[in-house]
Ligand binder design. Structure first.
Ligand SMILES: *Cc1c(COP(=O)(O)O)cnc(C)c1O
Length: 369
């Protein structure tokens, strides 16, 4: 490390970089495969591709990209406020919801404070806590999901933020609305509870709950949502938070003025209004989940029941199986970095992609003759 790097705070130098899913283009280069033959089920992306309304709106918005975007996101906030029945002043727009999670960290954490999150939870939470020089408090999971009792008990005097993902990534575990509400009632008001609902649109009707309606009673709640998953805009990088207006105001102060580009804003507004695309996404995911779960069960493998658009499958030597799948052009996600070295996470794809994954997996697991 060069001398200048030694001047960086120790907690920055200690950050373990986020490992994204392998891009298809990279695998194609490495293995000499044709990119079109590669199936990527590694990043919980929407296999339908972008919706037609979003695509048209983004193409139209391209004509205006010599201009800066609206830094206050007036039109997008108006659309979100109407759709979700909240006030525009409660909204914080983000370059993906990842940005929103980080904004929460930057607004409330500093060295000498602490952030609480669960074992096996989304990797961005520890990154966000560490980037502020705050102390990590990782709470052991229960059955791969958040142990809310243990998380409430882990809150210390110096705790400023607590992260909950529902459904959680990578495990797909789910907490009911009642469980979350009881939890909020127990957490001290001085602790910001970031409820990350990146996959909420995939929940079956029976599991739905309305966290936004809890905001008036819980001004310490920050709900984050994304356009990357069910809305099909992962590459555009757009998400948002809904919070108490005072909390949103603080988060907006540390936000980069133009963090969400104009094309993304246009795409998000159109995607929000495209109920047909969302319904197709949900149906495709529900059917694909059955297909994958049935398939792996027939192969004698265990899985963690998931409410997201992905599922974790127990394969034993996951590093080996991951590599064998890669060599056959199928990209899934190893989750050893999440403390799950015997599992692979597979995103739900199109029916033919799911079928390809299952047949290649069967091949890979077949005992050598
Ligand atoms: C995918 C995901 C996000 C969203 O990421 P974006 O930055 O919005 O693309 C947030 N939280 C969890 C748990 C996720 O899995």
């Amino acid at each position: 490390m060069i001398d200048a790097c030694e001047l960086s705070p120790s907690w920055i130098r200690g950050i373990a970089p986020y490992v994204p899913g392998k891009p298809s283009s990279e695998l194609a280069r490495e293995m000499g495969l044709d990119e079109r033959d590669i199936v990527k089920l590694a990043s919980n992306e929407n296999p339908l591709g972008p919706g037609p309304a979003a695509l048209a709106a983004m193409q139209a918005a391209l004509l205006d990209i010599a201009r800066y975007p609206d830094g206050n996101g007036f039109d997008m906030k108006r659309a979100l406020a109407a759709h979700y029945k909240v006030d525009a002043a409660q909204l914080v727009l983000g370059n993906g919801s990842n940005d929103v999670l980080e904004l929460a960290g930057r607004t409330f954490l500093t060295s000498g404070t602490s952030g609480v999150y669960s074992q096996h939870a989304f990797a961005v939470y520890p990154l966000t806590v560490q980037a502020q020089g705050a102390t990590h408090i990782q709470v052991p999971a229960r059955d791969f999901g958040h142990d809310l009792d243990a998380m409430a008990a882990a809150v210390r005097d110096d705790t400023r933020i607590l992260f909950v993902a529902n459904p959680n990534n990578p495990t797909g575990t789910f907490l009911s609305g009642e469980a979350l509400r009881a939890f909020l009632a127990r957490v001290p008001r001085r602790v910001i509870v970031v409820l990350d609902e990146a996959y909420t649109e995939f929940l079956p009707d029976a599991d739905r709950y309305d966290s936004l309606s809890w905001l008036p009673a819980h001004p310490n709640l920050v709900v984050s949502r994304t356009f990357s998953k069910a809305f099909g805009l992962a590459g555009m990088r757009v998400g948002f938070a809904v919070a108490h207006p005072d909390v949103a105001d603080l988060m907006n102060r540390v936000r980069q003025p133009f963090n969400v580009n104009s094309v993304a804003q246009a795409g998000a507004i159109a995607a929000l209004g495209d109920a047909d695309y969302l319904a197709r996404s949900r149906k495709l995911n529900a059917d694909g989940m059955v297909q994958i779960v049935d398939g792996v069960t027939r192969l004698g493998l265990r899985h963690i029941p998931s409410r997201g658009n992905f599922v974790c499958v127990h394969v034993g030597n996951a590093g080996q199986v991951y590599g064998d799948l890669l060599r056959r052009g199928v990209i899934v996600r190893p989750v050893a970095g999440y403390g799950m070295p015997e599992w692979l996470r597979v995103s739900i794809g199109l029916p033919e992609e799911n079928a390809r994954f299952l047949s290649v997996l069967a091949d890979v697991l077949k005992p050598a003759a």
